[in-house]
Write a protein that binds this ligand. Structure first.
Ligand code: FRU
Length: 512
């Protein structure tokens, strides 16, 4: 009896101890502090994510929905995960918003604010959120992708599927990723949706989000090496506010992007409420990102008035997304980027500025002339995350840049190669190789008339680079052996080069 009592006691103590450790274990895994866990980029607490979905601002909250597998760290059971933020940086993850249902997965799509209850799905005389997404499932006739809607009366926390879904069905296996916005000029909803195999973005209009009329097709155009996915049509104001800006149509390409695997191209032109027409000015076709890891970026709907569009993408590539060495989550988002249009002697270009300054903490000025491989002492031992803002006095016919060392054998190199007219990020020696397609040097054409400036955001497992007045964006994942970095500037021909700028330590977005 005594023995069994003390046995019980021991068992109880064990159970309590186990519960304590289990709870601490959970706190640990949801603590956003595991190896490679991004500190200034959103990642779900656990499990798999790919594309951002339904980016929207409503009643003081930014919403980030995302392709999510609630059951594991590989693609499958696609549902919409959900996170909210007051500033597009600090995110709070909420329960799954729209789950897979009856074997139909919830693929990529968008959310609009139905301000005047055009859909009749909001409460009478009220505004509400309406999601437009692709349902992807199997039918007796084979795989089928259709466009569907759902609505929410509680600021996106819970969703009700429209009872007459789908709202668009072409009886196709590949027809997806609707992006919808309110076209104020024509007083209509406009949808851009992809026919991936045909390399077509198809436009529809609707008075009520339920009935859709085909307007026009854009494509094939530009690069057609792979499927076209995740289109987005947005109006981009001029960066100096001088004229009406342009319309930008961006579309994902997978596989077969120039840098390998998944990539994103854009077209600049006009939209008359029916048709998108590409401009014939130089620069009207470009790449939203020249790195390997920014895919299916979409813009926020319903931003407060006078704000330029903001784009946010999935920081990965289908070539190796399932192999990334992170646990208990897999996948992360890029920083939000504000868009504007640059119009200069070279032509048009999309300009992207990362929204990150709110995270800046202490800083160190950088101002010196550096010769070949000269190390900068005062910015030794930077711990991620941090940001560098630099201006290079580049010598023609040379390569100038910096190496970010995470130990003596591993570094990521970023440079302006004026001899080959290239800006590049080389991660081939940055750390874990992941798989054959991972260790790469990604490049973007350098434009002679534009400044040799650089903004670098270095997080635990990524380097986001913005160069030449934001007209080049290059995002690449890295898996370095340590988070303590040494930074060395270099100049290939040994001549001295001026580098000016500042390094900011960045606050983590997670309140640990
Ligand atoms: C792009 C994509 C989309 C699709 C989603 C499915 O990354 O293939 O076209 O809607 O992922 O998860």
């Amino acid at each position: 009896m005594t023995r069994s009592l003390s046995g019980n006691l021991v068992r109880s103590v064990l159970v309590i101890a186990l519960a304590f450790f289990a709870r601490n274990g959970r706190t640990q895994t949801s603590g956003y502090d595991q190896p490679y866990r991004p500190q200034v980029h959103f990642s779900p607490s656990e499990h798999w994510t790919n594309d951002p979905n339904g980016l929207v601002f409503f009643r003081g909250e930014y919403h980030l929905f995302f392709q999510y597998n609630p059951f594991g760290d590989e693609w499958g059971h696609m549902s919409w995960g959900h996170a909210i933020s007051k500033d597009m940086l600090h995110w709070k993850e909420l329960p799954v918003a729209i789950p897979e249902k009856d074997g139909v997965m919830i693929f990529t799509g968008s959310i609009v604010i139905d301000l005047h209850n055009t859909s009749g799905l909001c409460a009478p005389k009220s505004e509400c959120m309406v999601a437009i997404y692709t349902g992807s499932g199997d039918t007796p006739q084979g795989p089928r992708q259709t466009q569907n809607i759902a609505y929410s009366h509680d600021n996106g926390r819970t969703w009700i599927a429209y009872d007459r879904n789908p709202v668009l069905d072409l009886h196709l296996a590949d027809f997806r990723d609707p992006s919808v916005f309110w076209d104020d000029k024509q007083q209509q909803w406009v949808m851009a949706v992809s026919l991936p195999k045909e390399h077509i973005v198809r436009f529809y209009s609707s008075p009520n989000l339920k009935e859709w009329t085909q307007l026009s097709d854009f494509g094939p155009a530009g690069d057609v090496a792979g499927d076209w996915e995740c289109p987005d049509l947005l109006h981009v104001p001029d960066s100096n506010g001088k004229d009406g800006g342009v319309w930008a149509l961006k579309v994902g390409l997978n596989p077969g992007a120039p840098q390998g695997g998944s990539g994103e191209q854009y077209f600049l032109g006009s939209f008359d409420g029916k048709r998108f027409a590409q401009s014939n000015e130089p620069g009207s076709h470009g790449w939203t990102n020249y790195g390997k890891d920014d895919y299916c970026a979409i813009s926020f709907n319903h931003l407060p008035k006078n704000q330029n569009p903001v784009l946010l993408g999935w920081m990965s590539n289908w070539q190796y997304a399932a192999k990334l060495p992170t646990s208990p989550w897999r996948g992360q988002m890029s920083l939000p980027r504000r868009l504007s249009l640059v119009r200069d002697e070279t032509g048009l270009a999309l300009k992207q500025e990362p929204i990150v300054t709110a995270l800046r903490s202490t800083s160190i000025p950088i101002s010196a002339a550096f010769g070949s491989n000269k190390e900068i002492d005062n910015i030794h031992k930077q711990i991620t995350p941090y940001e560098l803002e630099l201006e290079f006095g580049v010598n023609s016919g040379s390569v100038s840049g910096l190496r970010i060392y995470s130990d003596d054998q591993h570094w990521t190199e970023v440079g302006f190669d004026t001899q080959h007219a290239e800006f590049y990020v080389d991660r081939s020696n940055s750390g874990l190789a992941v798989m054959a397609d991972f260790p790469t040097r990604t490049t973007a054409p350098l434009v002679a008339g534009r400044p040799y400036d650089l903004r670098l955001i270095v997080d635990r497992s990524s380097v986001e680079a913005y160069a030449q007045n934001g007209t080049i964006a290059m995002t690449n994942l890295i898996y370095p052996p340590s988070q303590t970095n040494k930074i060395k500037f270099f100049q290939s021909d040994g001549k001295s080069v001026m580098v000016k700028g500042r390094l900011w330590k960045l606050h983590s977005i997670w309140n640990r």
